[in-house]
Design a binder for this molecule. Structure first.
Ligand code: UDP
Length: 497
């Protein structure tokens, strides 16, 4: 490379929030930019850096200009016990404010790095709103990475604007979200706490997210145009927001590194999982995973889920992420003898599975999901229909998207939104085994509805794959971002996109 090319090379900072559901896609996106010739630097705290360093080193050995810059995590200054760095490590809600304080303290080291390295732009997670002030100080253009797609954001904005949930007689009463391209029905019990407005801290956090988006150059989204065209238009034209859809990030990633190394180290060897799947007939296995956080289902609900699965007589891979504390307190998550009875029929993976690798295997015919946006997109990318079991965050909106808009999923019947930190009554069983077994049998069977869902899912998978290929919408959106910053005149955050 001659010196002119070296000078022209873009340098981009990526600053993820400290939760796997946020880090995984932003790191995938950093790799996508690096694969297109940019130098990318990931700002990670020490523990998170150790989780991702192997896959980043591998990418570098393949020739990508991708690096990790470690930011010291101020445990002591924030009054946090050492080692609690990732949201995943937080033992109880009491330490959340300290964790929040520690994260805010990252503003100063961020500013030092921006001053020293002067990247062409920074992509900061939606929850790191302080990056706005830091980038502004040094005239560095800033983009926000929002982990959700167009649809959930449009639903939420319209609920906040029109307040259709106010004045209802009960939490279970259905209302229609006004002003959207489709008739989307919700109940108050499915709404996020900050939407209901009864949690000041959460409301303040989300106000900051909105403000940081408004003052940014735009928002990067892990989605693709053809998945949600009406909502992409609504987001841009009605909500007036600037966005680039550049996903599915998991597909951009696919080409550059072994999928088995995505996120945490898998607790069951990936080759073992693939061998197990290889012995199963095509689309005969249901994959069950409720995301990267510890599950907020009760012990009783886990037992009921196990019973439903057993009754369905379907093969499955089930990722169990139960809080160690609860297991230590003697809470049972699996029925007596379940693992022995399921030998050969079901594979249980504790803690962390190579999700994308599993979903992409031809033996997998269905995905029971908590409807996290990444999981939704990974299921779509693999062309797998879903059983939806939303619990928290924006997952109830995503459930509507899967079942009502895309029509590639069946609801298991969850009705109540919960905070990820809420105390769970271990006896609570809100979804009965009959419903679970019926949903599994229906989704995995050959009925007309399931067959149509499968066809629709396959069509979406084709579109997802095309979108990240040269000429596809996500590929070209990434190109336009790169081109924008290659022009010498475009270096200030005041650019209008
Ligand atoms: N994931 C994984 N293995 C697991 C659990 C989760 O690879 O055992 C990945 C999953 O592929 C996805 C992310 O973790 O990329 C979870 O993000 P999502 O938005 O689905 O849910 P969240 O964890 O943020 O609620």
């Amino acid at each position: 490379m001659n010196s002119l090319e070296a000078d022209e090379k873009l340098h981009i900072f990526f600053f993820p929030f400290l939760a796997y559901g946020h880090m995984i896609p932003i790191i995938d996106i950093a790799k996508m930019f690096a694969a297109r010739g940019a130098k990318t630097t990931l700002l990670l705290t020490p523990h998170n850096a150790s989780v991702f360093s192997k896959s980043i080193d591998l990418e570098r050995s393949f020739g990508l200009d991708i690096h990790i810059q470690i930011l010291r995590f101020p445990f002591a200054e924030a009054g946090l016990p050492a080692g609690i760095e990732n949201i995943d490590d937080i033992p109880s809600p009491e330490v959340l404010p300290n964790h929040f304080t520690a994260i805010q303290m990252l503003q100063e080291p961020l500013e030092q790095l921006l001053e020293e390295h002067r990247p062409n732009f920074i992509v900061a997670d939606m929850f790191l709103s302080f990056a706005s002030e830091a980038a502004g100080k040094y005239g560095i253009p800033r983009f926000v990475f929002n982990v959700a797609g167009f649809f959930p954001q449009c639903v939420e904005e319209n609920i906040l604007s029109y307040k259709p949930h106010e004045g209802l007689t009960s939490d279970g009463e259905t209302f229609v979200v006004p002003g959207l391209p489709d008739k989307i029905e919700m109940t108050r019990s499915q709404l996020i706490v900050h939407v209901k407005g009864n949690d000041a801290i959460s409301t303040e956090l989300w106000d900051k997210v909105r403000e940081a988006e408004k003052t940014s150059c735009g928002v990067l989204l892990n989605t693709f145009c053809k998945l949600e065209p009406a909502y992409a238009m609504h987001y841009k034209n009605v909500l007036g927001k600037k966005a680039w859809s550049i996903g599915p990030a998991s597909l951009g990633y696919r080409k550059y590194v072994d999928k088995a190394q995505r996120g945490k180290t898998t607790s069951t060897d990936a080759h073992f999982v693939l061998d197990w799947l290889d012995r199963k007939p095509p689309r005969s296995v249901l994959y069950i995973c409720f995301g990267s956080m510890y599950s907020i289902l009760s012990g009783g609900q886990w037992l009921e889920l196990a019973a439903g699965l057993e009754d369905s007589k379907t093969s499955f891979i089930w990722v169990i992420r139960a809080k160690k504390k609860e297991e230590g307190q003697g809470v049972r998550f699996l029925p007596e003898g379940f693992e022995d009875r399921m030998e050969g029929k079901g594979l249980i993976i504790r803690d962390w599975a190579p999700q994308v690798l599993i979903l992409d295997h031809p033996a997998v015919g269905g995905f029971m999901t908590h409807c996290g946006w990444n999981s939704l997109l990974e299921g779509v990318s693999a062309g797998v229909p879903m059983i939806t079991w939303p619990m928290s965050s924006e997952q109830f909106y995503n459930e509507s998207f899967i079942t009502h808009v895309l029509k590639i999923g069946i609801r298991v019947g969850a009705t109540k939104w919960r905070d990820s930190w809420s105390t769970v009554d271990q006896k609570d069983v809100s979804v009965k085994k009959e419903k679970i077994a019926n949903a599994v049998i229906q989704l995995m069977g050959d009925g007309e509805e399931a067959t149509e869902m499968r066809m629709r899912a396959k069509g979406l998978s084709d579109m997802a794959n095309e979108s990240v290929e040269e000429g596809g919408s996500s590929y070209e959106n990434l190109t336009s971002l790169i081109e924008m910053f290659k022009k010498p005149s475009v270096t200030s955050p005041s650019i209008s996109l």
